[in-house]
Design a protein around this ligand. Sequence first.
Ligand code: IPM
Ligand code: MN
Length: 369
Amino acid sequence: MKLKITILAGDGIGPEVTHEAVNILRTVAEFGQHDFTFTEALLGGVSITATGTPIPQATIDACLASDAVFLGAVGDNKFNALPPHERPEAGILQIRQHLGGFANLRPSVAYPALAENSPLRAEITEGVDILFIRELLGGLYFGAPRWWNKETNEAINTMRYTRDEVVRVARIAFELAGKRKKKVTSVDKANVLEVSQLWRATVTEVAKDYPEITLEHQLVDSMAMHLMNTPRSFDVVLTENLFGDILSDESGVITGSLGMLPSATIGGKVNLYEPVHGSAPDIAGTGKANPLGAILTAALLLRHSAGLEAEATAVESAVFHVLAAGHRTADIARGTTAQHHVVTTSQMGKLVHEALAHILDRRQAMHAV
Ligand code: IPM
Ligand code: MN
């Protein structure tokens, strides 16, 4: 298997967690004798500093010429005063547009070993396995007009969707639900917004092609509550761009930390992989960053871009084992007992590497007999 991967490590903890994720991909490549190549390119604050823009043309070209793009995190307080289109985050939004992936998959899985780490009771989080599907190229993030008039003190953003944009992401949700618990919860604000009424009508129509899937609709405000009360009742959660941004961070409460959440964006020219968390400039360089979100993102890359399902599962099992053995980065060390062991970013990466090598070794031995 040959795969050209462009790495956009970005800002803050981005490079630290990306380093660990790339190590895991290298481990998989070595074991399976796959030919993975990694090319680094600039995006975000590091790019503004080096080139004056959050996303240079060379980065766009490199990403479009690759089989998959891995993004660490972008954002730096230094640039807070800049208008949105000049900020590091503009780099992410533009690369998403160039790559064209509209379905952002954000799995949220409650690891039993981390049950104590969630402020929710274990009986609430036990067995939670939600797949958020966040529409990534529409809504308020990209709708026009958008401006801030500093003379009149007025600002505007536009939440806009077309039927086709809803159809294509809804199809992905129903297809993926078919391989899971066969339930789609579509989240909107149809009691107030026309754009949500279009969303709801369209999702209802698409559902007719998938009679084996149960569809329910939820309003985003009550969904925010249900997600904390009865998270186990959800399977695939389909929603628009901003609602998905907010609800996926909220689901970090279930898993115990935002640092645990991976994402994959599919449906476009080149898939884009990024952990859900941000650049966390406050802990950059301290060894406190949790690389597991990035490592689980690498697993999604193996699954969705390399077709290496067994290897993707092996990476996920390795994470499971390391957590079960009591190893914790600072963000997941709540309720830490004597059996738990707080480790740094690179130590956590190494532990997952060792667990993965063990799993892959055992597998190879099994195939040899
Ligand atoms: C995310 C982030 C981004 C978003 C930012 C950094 C532009 O919060 O991936 O969830 O809002 O999409
Ligand atoms: Mn976000």
